[in-house]
Write a protein that binds this ligand. Sequence first.
Ligand code: ADP
Length: 209
Amino acid sequence: MELSNRQEQIIQIVKDNGPITGENIAERLELTRATLRPDLAILTMAGYLDARPRVGYFFTGKTGSELFTEKLKKFKVWEYQSLPVVVEEDVSAYDAICAMFLEDVGTLFVTNNKSHLVGVLSRKDLLRTSIGSKDLTSVPVHMIMTRMPNITICEPEDLLLDAAQKLIEKQIDGLPVVNPVEDGLEVVGRLTKTNITKALVELARDQHI
Ligand code: ADP
């Protein structure tokens, strides 16, 4: 979102005269301090200006793209992850296909009887199995999934950018978000390319706040 004319004016005043009090900025614009308050709050929250008590506002010198990057680098996986869709390792390829359609996801996570992650099942894994003339109801997913320890994972506190890097490097669509437990990994979320696209769009739209 673009800055308003008044916000651009405020930035220019602070650039030229900072540190400067809110009162002084208001005087220069022939406005009241109260009228200016929302603009000053927006510019401070967005990182263009900084305020020190008893000193006033000063210009941080950061460009829009620097601020964008700074924020993007702080995003955590847990802020953007979706709910995981999980099937047990003994369910059939047929049931996995149904789950994929019903839940509207492209990747299923496979767990054992302790609910620990044992595999990942993608669309292509199921297509590959379907191409053969096998009876899909008699093929358990543990026979066709990508299995541990070859699963690329992430944790809720990981940086979104690091998770995005893994998706690119491994050329996959999604990662299970896991919490390590005593003897395995508990699946707590799903992080996909869609989640990362959402984060980017949200950041670009809210850039001024
Ligand atoms: P698609 O099958 O739609 O191309 P992917 O590119 O995500 O989806 O999957 C490609 C292959 O990588 C599949 O065999 C799948 O089992 C495997 N795979 C998917 N996600 C992961 C992951 N997080 N870790 C390891 N392997 C994965």
